[in-house]
Design a protein around this ligand. Structure first.
Ligand SMILES: [Zn+2]
Length: 265
């Protein structure tokens, strides 16, 4: 295979492309790849991981956790934005390595039991078993890890148990409000998906974008890198400028996606 062909494959398959782990702000780190996001919040009692990437990218996820300065065996908790395979691909491996407690929206735990095909709907290139969470999250649940409290808001639409997380991050001098949205892909709303799986979540999606739109968010974290423009923002970071600190980004994204959802036929 010529090198040009290899380059084409990399460009066309961003879910296989590595992005070096980096500190977003203070105790918040990115440990995902070019397509799927994964985040670490380093609390006073240990690092918490949000989402664990594609099952085929397990090696990258582990490497990125090390690269961010953490030992994967010391992760204390794993939260999931929602129960699709591209967000829990390394969950069972990291749980086995670390004994981390695993959290998932209650409606997605139910989906795993009753409609497991929906968790793999986009089609995983790698066989993966669904997992049983240690904790099923309900709307409004709050979990405290030392100095960090995570507020959970049920935001179904893309997936029945999609959960958005709101929590403080700090560099020791300044504390900012970070938020990870539970799931914004429109792929689960389109006619083909609705007819194939016998579901219609369009109104849920719109209602739940409205539900959390007015949250006060300084740092918007997507579960895919395209959502907060991570690949564009990363090269713009300097010692004096952090493009991830952007008060308008959360609401602008939610409005954009809500309005797109209204157009889905
Ligand atoms: Zn998804």
């Amino acid at each position: 295979m010529a090198s040009g062909e290899v380059r084409t494959i990399i460009n066309e398959r961003p879910w296989e492309m590595r992005v070096p782990a980096f500190r977003v702000f203070g105790n918040l780190y990115f440990v995902g790849n070019a397509n799927c996001a994964s985040w670490i919040v380093d609390t006073s009692v240990g690092p918490i991981l949000f989402d664990t990437n594609y099952p085929t990218m397990a090696h990258m996820e582990i490497q990125s956790i090390w690269e961010a300065g953490f030992d994967p065996r010391k992760i204390i908790a794993i939260f999931h934005s929602h129960g699709h395979y591209d967000h829990f691909g390394t969950t069972e491996l990291i749980r086995q390595l670390s004994g981390a407690k695993v959290y998932l929206g209650a409606e997605d735990a139910k989906m795993f039991r009753e409609r497991p095909e929906l968790a793999l709907a986009a089609g995983s290139a790698c066989p993966i078993n669904l997992f049983v969470p240690d904790v099923e999250i309900n709307d409004g649940d709050v979990f405290t890890f030392g100095d960090t409290t995570i507020r959970c808001v049920h935001t179904p639409g893309h997936c029945p148990g999609a959960t958005s997380y709101f929590f403080p991050v700090t560099d020791g001098k300044q504390t900012l409000k970070a938020a990870l949205h539970g799931g914004a892909g429109l792929n689960a709303l389109v006619r083909e998906f609705r007819e194939k799986y016998g579901v219609d979540w369009r109104q849920d999606y719109i209602d739940n974008m409205n539900k959390v739109m007015d949250e006060d968010v300084d740092i918007f974290l997507g579960n895919h890198t395209s959502q907060n423009g991570l690949l564009d923002k990363l090269p713009k970071m300097t010692a004096d400028y952090n493009p991830f600190i952007d008060k308008g980004a959360w609401k602008a994204f939610l409005i954009k996606m809500r309005d797109k959802a209204k157009e889905v036929e």
